[in-house]
Ligand binder design. Structure first.
Ligand code: ZN
Length: 221
């Protein structure tokens, strides 16, 4: 009987300590429980911008997957609107682009996520423009604040001289009620930036910058 009591006592102690260890390790994860929706732009038949054999859709997806890995390790719950080379349009549609964007919008709106990030690359006729830039729609009052945080980090870490831009004509951005922004992380039309965007090192740098921006935002909310 005495032995039995000691076993029970040890068992209770063990459970108590285990629960505390789990609690402590959860507390160390800086994005624990945050739901983040990543939206890699384009896909499938829609390559997005194309320069020098590089397709925007591919880099958008690579960046999103790197970001997904990092965020999961930090305790976040991460969703992607696509995780392969395809678009989301209905096979019955006669407006493929609109159908694709409409489905992405619905997925994100239904998710109740804490933040969504659309990942794109920019392109202009002039090849001199460069730098990462944040676009936001003020449908959600948090979006301007989020845009400012990201743009400050883009300036600091990616040496971007661009400024945040308010938009009200982007199909997806103006329909998503959850907080979030569109990140154009560089110009494919600029030869130097195009070269960088292909490299693992620069992609990691972009991912680090996005992660830091998220930490700044969520530590402040
Ligand atoms: Zn794009």
């Amino acid at each position: 009987m005495k032995k039995y009591k000691i076993y029970v006592l040890f068992l209770i102690l063990f459970i108590f300590l285990s629960l505390n260890i789990i609690k402590a390790s959860n507390n160390k994860l800086p994005l624990f429980g945050k739901v983040i929706y990543l939206d890699p732009g384009h896909g499938g038949l829609d390559p997005g911008a194309m320069y020098g054999g590089i397709k925007e859709k591919d880099i958008n997806l690579e960046l999103s997957k790197r970001l997904e890995d990092r965020l999961i390790k930090m305790g976040a719950i991460v969703y992607l609107t696509r995780n392969g080379d395809y678009d989301l349009s209905s096979i019955y549609t006669n407006n493929r682009k609109r159908s694709d964007l409409s489905r992405r919008t619905n997925m994100i709106n239904k998710s109740n996520c804490d933040m969504f990030l659309s990942i794109h690359l920019n392109a202009e006729d002039t090849n001199t423009w460069r730098g990462a830039q944040v676009f936001y729609d003020d449908i959600n009052k948090e979006n301007k604040k989020i845009a400012n945080i990201f743009q400050t980090q883009f300036k600091r870490s990616l040496v971007s001289k661009r400024k945040i831009k308010k938009v009200n004509d982007l199909y997806l951005q103006k329909r998503i009620k959850r907080p979030g922004v569109l990140l154009e992380v560089g110009f494919l039309s600029n030869a130097n930036e195009r070269y960088l965007l292909k490299t693992k090192t620069y992609q990691e740098k972009i991912v680090n910058t996005i992660v830091n921006s998220l930490l700044i935002y969520f530590n402040d909310v």
